[in-house]
Ligand binder design. Structure first.
Ligand code: ZN
Length: 243
């Protein structure tokens, strides 16, 4: 199981590196790989798993274990007030290559807030993450997907929403969530789950296995857009990177 996971991870990593090289230097691909050489079967399909409302020690740890065993990277939008006493988990996410974003300090809607109140939710969480990880570059996912002009203006980073939502907070039925996501999966999609529910962790890992079998590669949000040559810009709202 482990060696199969390692092989798969190594193959996925190599493939992704080649793809990044191709994306970064399209003239190289143009010179050496005729467009006609990319048959439908070979065209890579990318998809991003995103998790909101964490970290929660029990469920987030189980999820990180499962993603690590599968060689998969995801994106986590974290709650600022849950960072204390979970610093090791945040560092592990970062070290495993997952992308980290901000989901406010108290899980509040960001619309209608004063600049000071906005900063108390977003800038404060950003400062805490920078103190833990020693770098910036955190994307924003506003709770409830609530965005207005002020949120866009104050964000200071790209705003990432989603395109597949199995509403895992509802019945917390892993089998139903898996079927919803697999049925709606498409190249460039962004899946929304919450790593605070055991059923969502179970669903996420099954989704990875099912979509791996369909040829999907799981990447971070930043990698998803980079693969499509779509620049992410501060204050802009992104839901998916479909070709
Ligand atoms: Zn949320």
């Amino acid at each position: 199981m482990l060696s199969r996971g390692r092989k798969r991870r190594a193959a996925a990593a190599l493939f992704f590196l080649l793809l990044i090289a191709w994306a970064a230097a399209p003239w190289v691909a143009g010179a050496s790989v005729p467009a006609a050489a990319w048959t439908a079967a070979e065209t890579p399909k990318f998809i991003a798993l995103t998790f909101d409302d964490g970290p929660r020690r029990s469920t987030t740890t189980a999820l990180l274990d499962g993603l690590e065993a599968r060689g998969v990277r995801a994106t986590f939008f974290l709650i600022g007030k849950q960072l204390d006493h979970n610093e090791d988990l945040i560092r592990r996410m970062d070290a495993q290559g997952h992308q980290i974003g901000i989901h406010t300090y108290d899980h509040v809607s960001l619309t209608g807030l004063s600049r000071a109140d906005f900063d108390a939710q977003v800038a404060l969480t950003r400062q805490k993450l920078m103190a833990i990880l020693g770098h910036d570059g955190f994307l924003l996912r506003p709770p409830y997907g609530a965005v207005d002009e002020a949120v866009r203006k104050n964000a200071g980073c790209p705003i990432i929403l989603w395109s597949i939502d199995p509403e895992d907070w509802g019945d917390q039925n892993a089998a139903r969530e898996v079927e919803h996501v697999v049925a709606n999966a498409r190249d460039g999609a962004i899946i929304l789950l919450h790593d605070i529910f055991p059923a969502s962790v179970e669903a996420a890992l099954t989704i990875v296995d099912r979509l791996h079998a369909q040829g999907y590669l799981f990447v971070t949000v930043e990698e998803l857009f980079a693969a499509r040559h779509i620049p992410l810009e501060a204050g802009e709202v992104y839901r998916e990177a479909c070709p």
